[in-house]
Design a protein around this ligand. Structure first.
Ligand code: SAM
Length: 311
């Protein structure tokens, strides 16, 4: 285990013990953060270049001036509202650690539902399937799927070259040689004739007027702005799905807390069958899925639900 560089070089005067610095930080962040203690620990570990768990045995050690100054700068960024993940450049998703930059949305826990919806369908196909993620950002959902489904053929797209470069770095580290990355607007990136068994997307779905509020102001607008009603990109993704799904294939999309009903209607209007929604941990409808009908099979099978949560 690396030793945190605490007491430092001789010419750097020692300041306060780590434990005390952490207590000050937690007090400074209590109005900004729901987890001020954890945030302080993550930021101190980042300032020292160590793991958070390394801090616990060393709370009596002293921070040198350089590290104390760096820690203070990070705490002030957090106090202004900047998310920890953006400050430290890392975020965990599906127990994997992703590099984060200002070019892509920080992965959210609720997006794990999207991966679960895809996984439920892949399971029913024995894991051998063609899967596409539209608007992959840092690559989190596509990479989580690649790790879970070694026989799944995965394409991930984005309109933004800088986001794709970030996804490429994350994929090279976490799922090397597993994901085909392509640039373009929604289905353009995949090519007219491509067909998939699973398509997932977390498109920008925030109403334009809300995009600069709170922590959202630190995320790229391109990743958030869904137009005046928030549905502009969801409409495009849903309308294009029937042309790119194999018979029996599913589309699963993430959407805003109040958009579930409208998204299911859009899915039906596009000719997709049996749209259903899944709630997130806060109880909001968050992910909806529907399938491209297989006429023969539809007559033989009973009710279908593409979203099954693991118990
Ligand atoms: C809400 S973010 C989702 C990022 C990532 N999939 C996640 O769940 O964390 C939406 C992504 O869609 C991309 N995007 C926006 N407009 C697009 C378009 N017309 N075609 C393809 N991707 C687009 C953005 O660059 C951004 O990476």
């Amino acid at each position: 285990m690396p030793r945190p560089p605490t007491t430092g070089a001789r010419n750097q005067r020692a300041t306060q013990p780590l434990g005390e610095a952490l207590r000050h930080a937690a007090r400074r962040l209590r109005d900004t953060s729901e987890s001020p203690k954890l945030d302080g620990e993550l930021l101190l570990a980042h300032a020292l270049g160590v793991q958070r768990t390394d801090l616990f045995a060393r709370s009596h050690e002293t921070l040198n001036q350089a590290h104390a100054k760096r820690f203070q700068e990070l705490i002030e960024q957090r106090a202004e509202g900047r998310p920890v993940a953006q400050i430290i450049g890392r975020k965990e998703f599906f127990s994997l650690e992703f590099e984060i930059t200002a070019d892509a949305l920080t992965p959210r826990p609720e997006s794990e539902l999207l991966v679960e919806a895809a996984s439920a369908h892949l399971e029913s196909m024995g894991g051998r399937a063609r899967c596409m993620e539209l608007g992959t950002g840092c690559g989190s959902a596509a990479i989580a799927l690649a790790r879970q489904w070694p026989n799944c053929d995965i394409t991930a797209t984005d309109i933004c070259s800088a986001a794709l470069e970030l996804a490429r770095r994350n994929a090279a580290r976490l799922a090397p040689d597993r994901i085909r990355l392509a640039q373009g607007s929604w289905y353009e990136a995949a090519g007219k004739k491509s067909r998939f068994d699973v398509i997932i997307a977390n498109p920008p779905y925030v109403e334009s007027r809300l995009c600069r509020l709170g922590p959202l102001r630190y995320e790229p607008r391109r990743a958030l702005d869904g137009g005046s009603d928030g549905l502009r990109h969801l409409r495009a993704v849903i309308a294009g799905a029937p042309r790119h799904l194999s018979p029996g294939g599913i589309l699963a999309v993430e959407h805003g807390a109040n958009q579930g009903k409208r998204v299911r209607e859009l899915m039906s209007e596009a000719g997709l069958a049996r749209p259903v929604s899944q709630r997130d941990l806060a109880g909001h409808e968050r992910v909806s899925a529907a399938r491209k009908a297989e006429p023969e099979k539809e007559r033989r099978t009973g009710p279908w639900n593409p979203i099954r949560r693991k118990s």
